[in-house]
Write a protein that binds this ligand. Structure first.
Ligand code: FEO
Length: 170
């Protein structure tokens, strides 16, 4: 069982995760338009990961006999000034999501909802990884600057990324 307050907050998080998927698909489309297929593929894998996050919350709410209610997903931006600007926006977004996860943890603790607190641990760890993987690309982009053979190599490297759901996940 979860409280109504917790259920509402988890529903809100499902919306945030789906928005994240939407945002990264928009970034993928931006990179497709720039002819950077590797970057586009990386963002697409990121969007699939966000869809998985939303599904993980969805399953949890249902397991707790709660009800998932979908809300409107805001439209993401369509343009960024440069590949670096897009990844910086992605990092800012991930930091925001980390804050949302921490708020959920705080609420679970306030409500003495140990099950939800425990469920959220996976997301707390995941956010460290999420921020780190975006930061890594930002660092590489800063090193190589815009254009040239560095971009070609990075585009190829990022294109290797694929998403598969973690084996342990239910
Ligand atoms: Fe679902 Fe990128 O946080």
């Amino acid at each position: 069982m979860i409280s109504k307050k917790m259920e509402d907050a988890l529903n809100q998080q499902i919306n945030a995760e789906l928005y994240s998927a939407y945002l990264y698909m928009a970034m993928s489309s931006y990179f497709e338009d720039k002819g950077l297929k590797g970057f586009a593929g990386w963002m697409k894998a990121q969007a699939q990961e966000e869809q998985y996050h939303a599904e993980k919350f969805y399953s949890y709410v249902n397991e707790c006999a709660g009800r998932v209610i979908f809300k409107t997903i805001d439209a993401p931006p369509a343009e960024w000034d440069s590949p670096l600007a897009a990844f910086e926006a992605a990092l800012a977004h991930e930091k925001k999501v980390t804050g949302l996860i921490y708020d959920l943890v705080n609420l679970a603790r306030e409500e003495k909802d140990h099950a939800t607190d425990n469920f959220l641990k996976w997301f707390v760890e995941e956010q460290v990884e999420e921020e780190d993987s975006v930061r890594e690309v930002i660092d590489e982009l800063k090193l190589i600057g815009n254009g040239g053979s560095g971009m070609f190599m990075l585009n190829r490297e990022l294109g290797q990324r694929t998403f598969s759901p973690p084996a342990q996940a239910e």
